[in-house]
Design a protein around this ligand. Sequence first.
Ligand SMILES: *Cc1c(COP(=O)(O)O)cnc(C)c1O
Length: 373
Amino acid sequence: MTSIPPIDLGQQYRTIASELETAVLKVMASGRYIGGDGVTQFEQQFSDYVGTTHCVSCNSGTDALYLALRALEIGAGDEVVTTPFSFFATVEVISAVGATPVFVDIDPKTFNLDVAAVEAALSDRTKAILPVHLFGRPVEMSALMEISASRNIAIVEDCAQATGATWNDRQVGSFGRIGCFSFFPTKNLGGFGDGGAMTTNDPELARRLRVLKEHGSTRRYVHEEIGINSRLDAIQAAILQVKLGYLDKWNAQRREIARRYAELLRPIPHVVLPSESDNGGESVWNQYTIRLSTPLDRDRVRESLQTLGVSTMVYYPIPLHRQPVYRELGYDEGSFPAAETVCREVLSLPMFPELTPDQQQAIAYRLKEAIGD
Ligand SMILES: *Cc1c(COP(=O)(O)O)cnc(C)c1O
């Protein structure tokens, strides 16, 4: 019985190996490894792709979020409204700039921030809303954009898992004041190391982001504020330039895989499938995440699947408001019931563009077996 990994990055590399190797060797021979034309070209290509006038590259998705909040002058005394169901970095950066995270429960059908509940969480200290397009599925941006406009509150989009996803035919990362992307290897557009980018239509914000990512420096060796060092390496930029050309094709393959999963898994009782994109949203399926509802025990099913050769992941086992570091915020168990339930039930199945129909059949078959159906 062949085992199936949750993701296979080596396989994707082999499909475009010579193109990638040519691009990387060219950087090595150039003698310039930080900055340079390749980085500028990638920024241009990426802003064209997202549909914004500016793109500022940086070292990671985490840095992109941190720099975005800094550029918007968010700090001590300010509140940022976000989801309790995301990767830790989403909320970590809010604390890192000195602001306070305010959580809003999720819609368990989309796994995303429940936009209808956002209004009630706003206060006169709310400086930003930080929606996360989780697992590749775009948040309902129309409603958020209305709140943002009427209350004059900035939106910073966490697009780390959703490069290429669209809402009403517009790319995520082009709605908020700043869109934040990660090029971590497992993301839809992933480098061979760390990388990130920020997109915006505001030239002044773009300038601020560049200053902040270069040690707060406007001119070399002149520092006007405290920034950080956050660069996209030339080698990563070269790799990302090549891979950006394949992104739409890979995202289409992910959509096809999601469609096949839905067909194969629909008959299995107590397995809740991720809802198809609707309301104008087009997911790019960074993850295919099912819920195993009562009477199923997620962890037990996961173990059985592992024994049967299917590796799965749990994103995420603990909601952000229940993380030990946020104990002092005082969110008890039961504060956000949807997020808490989902954390106990979610299971992400293998998902990568090269996953074959045969592998998917085997996964469905073994899932049935693991459930004891
Ligand atoms: C990956 C991820 C980040 C952080 O990106 P890094 O490049 O790993 O720093 C932030 N938010 C979400 C939702 C992510 O999935």
